[in-house]
Design a protein around this ligand. Structure first.
Ligand SMILES: [Zn+2]
Length: 280
């Protein structure tokens, strides 16, 4: 599932590609992708003729500001969604293309989603938090919201939770999932099950720095594509950060820091990876 670095990579490219472009026409081929609307036509009607004003991100949601009625086009990629920028409408349509947005100048944006957990919908800015209650309770953004270590330490101390599930809790911090929580904890030298209120001041600083640096590096490398190559950027290319992973998906391989074998374990039903020497 795309996490913050993948969604942010798409957001930055989208901003360059579609801001100030006007929607000429919209086609819906998969009704499930616009399931919040009463009909395909309602979704289409709220998009056609609109100009894109902004491209923002909230957690793993992309929010496209439109020029009329304070409307916003919300996109969530779900498990397997891809947004593809296509220069010419003549380019062959990928399988599972559910929505096609054509702009008056320069090409299309296509939403491809084999597993159909992703979705697109248009809502008024004022109704956004009602439409997506998760957004109303979203924690801080680890890339956009700069925070002092003492403030971060206080947030950790307020919770009595294991570190890995806490990092993945969207109400605590937004945008981190299974891959980056493992990478962040390795960078911080901390074990997944450490209680959040047990960290020393130095460990709090290591965790904060590990989080910010890991996510920034991952964005610089345009996100992670795993063996399934499900994550693609706006131009259909795979990310590059998987080659930098220290622990994720490296079971049995040597730790890059101490050469001890990386182990895989189940945490909350998900595969997690760690070095038992470097992480305590
Ligand atoms: Zn190690």
């Amino acid at each position: 599932m795309p996490e913050l670095p993948e969604v942010e990579t798409i957001r930055r490219d989208l901003e360059k590609e579609i801001v100030s472009k006007r929607v000429k026409s919209v086609e819906v081929h998969g009704t499930r992708s616009v399931r919040r609307h009463g009909s395909d036509e309602e979704f289409i009607g709220r998009l056609e003729g609109r100009k894109v004003l902004s491209v923002k991100r909230s957690g793993k949601y992309l929010l496209i500001g439109l020029d009329a009625d304070q409307d916003v086009l919300v996109m969530h990629l779900g498990m397997s969604g891809q947004l593809l920028r296509v220069k010419s409408p003549k380019e062959p349509m990928a399988k599972h293309t559910h929505v096609v947005i054509t702009f008056t100048q320069a090409g299309q944006l296509r939403f491809v989603d084999p597993r159909t957990f992703g979705e697109l919908f248009v809502t008024r800015q004022d109704d956004l938090e009602k439409a997506v209650p998760e957004l109303a309770h979203l924690g801080f953004d680890p890339v956009d919201d700069v925070m002092s270590w003492t403030r971060f330490g206080a947030l950790l101390a307020n919770r009595h939770a294991q570190l890995k599930p806490l990092l993945m809790d969207q109400r605590f911090v937004a945008g981190i999932g299974n891959i980056y929580s493992d990478e962040i904890l390795f960078a911080a030298g901390l074990k997944y099950d450490r209680p959040s209120d047990s960290l020393s001041a130095q460990e709090v600083r290591r965790l904060y720095r590990g989080m910010v640096e890991t996510l920034s590096e991952a964005i610089k490398h345009r996100g992670s594509s795993l063996a399934d190559e499900q994550y693609r950027d706006l131009f259909g290319e795979v990310g590059d950060y998987q080659g930098q992973h220290q622990v994720y998906d490296r079971e049995g391989l040597a730790c890059r820091r101490c050469r001890h074998e990386i182990v895989r374990l189940k945490v909350g039903g998900r595969s997690s990876f760690m070095c038992e020497v470097c992480q305590v």
